[in-house]
Design a protein around this ligand. Structure first.
Ligand code: ATP
Ligand code: MG
Length: 411
């Protein structure tokens, strides 16, 4: 009794506001795995808030992370970009009696519920707390809001305004916003992948999707020099930089390799129709060579089924056969419009990307490459030597919290 009194008093006097973090899929894990994943999730939250200079402390009651700090709105906004988090609310902490919950919900209603708005109270009462059941609690609190704003309309099916009320053993939480976070798994729980990244729209989305599932990414970009449009090199760096904003506090590496000698070699007496497929096979082989040094287990690309000539099913098979490591193509079944929607949401979409045109693309690229012919064409230009040359000098672009630093990779 004394204990619960102390807790209530402490909540009311010390801390009125908390950032309530919900995580989703971790629930499916066994206890030890869950504990490990939550530990990494908290590490990632800490890195991100430290990067923004936001001081905080936290608690981990069942199924939640509660974060206390002086700037709850900023904390909530940062945490809503952390992989593994499903949603985030800034909640008022009260006692768990109906009266206290009513008061807190009433304050939110007075500030935000306007005439004509359709609203709902979503009340949940944990077992073991006294008072009316969840449904009755919701009804009573709805009545309080209606008393203050009689021109509002209760609509439990399609409300435009919702107040969430939770009566828990140690206190109550009341809030009216849920910031949607990316979901997925905590960054760093699934090992590393090497992501082929370009200045385009697709590859940063593919990389983001892997990070969302907990993968550490190392990016690899081929700089085609004069064979690429003028905005290409900067565009790839910009995609890489923007992705680093999703893993604040963690340095994200991008290896950049000069691929222009490949296009020089393919420009003379070469079966032009195979240029695109061989370009991709070259990228895959360079990636395969660099993977071990980056502790990466798979290659990731933004390739898609049927988007361009090199992406027919048979060409994708010929491209994959260049390497013996697994290749993951998260976007293979997505329509372009669907990819653009994600790119906009995650902040990698560039409305005016500038000239990204590849000068090496032939007029009629093959849509059904013959593997034996492809291998014969590669031998003609001594592709092994070109791959060895490309991996001799590598520049590393490290992005940390959206800031880039560049250095040469030591041999
Ligand atoms: P994106 O697919 O990212 O929009 P894109 O359309 O320029 O780029 P595609 O020809 O569709 O490139 O290439 C398919 C995939 O190959 C890309 O999603 C990316 O993973 C990889 N890729 C293409 N160009 C490069 C490059 N210059 N460096 C590294 N990887 C690349
Ligand atoms: Mg593409």
């Amino acid at each position: 009794m004394i204990e619960s009194l102390v807790v209530d008093l402490w909540y009311q006097v010390e801390e009125q506001t908390v950032v309530m973090v919900r995580y989703g899929e971790l629930f499916l894990k066994s206890e030890p795995v869950k504990r490990h994943f939550i530990g990494l999730l908290i590490r990632n939250i800490r890195r991100s808030l430290d990067a923004e200079g936001l001081s905080f402390r936290y608690e981990t009651p069942r199924g939640r992370i509660l974060i206390y700090g002086e700037e709850p709105l900023k904390i909530a906004s940062e945490v809503s970009r952390i992989f593994g988090v499903v949603d985030v609310s800034v909640a008022t902490i009260t006692g768990n009696t109906p009266k206290e919950l009513m008061n807190a919900a009433g304050t939110l209603g007075r500030n935000n519920l306007k005439a004509g708005m359709r609203f709902a109270i979503r009340a949940k009462r944990q077992k073991g707390t006294g008072g009316p059941d969840s449904q009755e609690l919701g009804r009573v609190i709805g009545g309080v809001l209606l008393d203050d704003q009689p021109a509002a309309i209760v609509d439990l099916r399609h409300p435009t305004y919702e107040v969430f009320v939770e009566a828990r053993e140690n206190g109550g939480f009341v809030y009216d916003h849920r910031l949607t976070a990316p979901g997925g798994l905590p960054f760093g729980t699934q090992g590393n992948a090497l992501g082929l990244i370009s200045a385009g729209i697709d590859s940063p989305v593919a990389s983001w999707m892997m990070m969302k599932r907990g993968c550490g990414m190392v990016h690899l970009n081929m700089d085609a020099g004069k064979w690429a449009g003028g905005a290409t090199a900067d565009g790839a760096v910009e995609n890489h930089r923007r992705l680093s904003l999703w893993v604040k506090g963690f340095p994200l590496r991008m290896l950049v390799v000069d691929s222009s000698p490949l296009y020089d070699a393919m420009s003379r007496g070469f079966p032009q129709r195979y240029i695109c497929v061989i370009c991709k096979r070259f990228m895959f082989r360079v990636a395969e060579k660099l993977m071990a040094g980056e502790h990466a287990q798979v290659i990731v690309t933004g390739e898609n089924l049927g988007q361009v000539a090199s992406q027919t099913l048979s060409n994708l098979a010929v491209i994959s056969s260049a390497v013996s490591v697994p290749v993951i193509r998260p976007l293979v079944t997505y329509d372009k419009g669907e990819i653009v929607t994600v790119a906009r949401r995650i902040g990698t979409f560039n409305q005016n990307p500038g000239d990204l045109c590849c000068r090496a693309v032939p007029a009629m690229p093959s849509t059904g490459a013959n593997l034996a012919e492809v291998i014969a064409a590669e031998e003609k230009i001594d592709i092994d030597l070109l791959i060895a040359g490309a991996t001799e000098r590598i520049r590393v672009f490290t992005a940390l919290n959206g800031e880039i630093t560049i250095h040469d990779k030591p041999e």
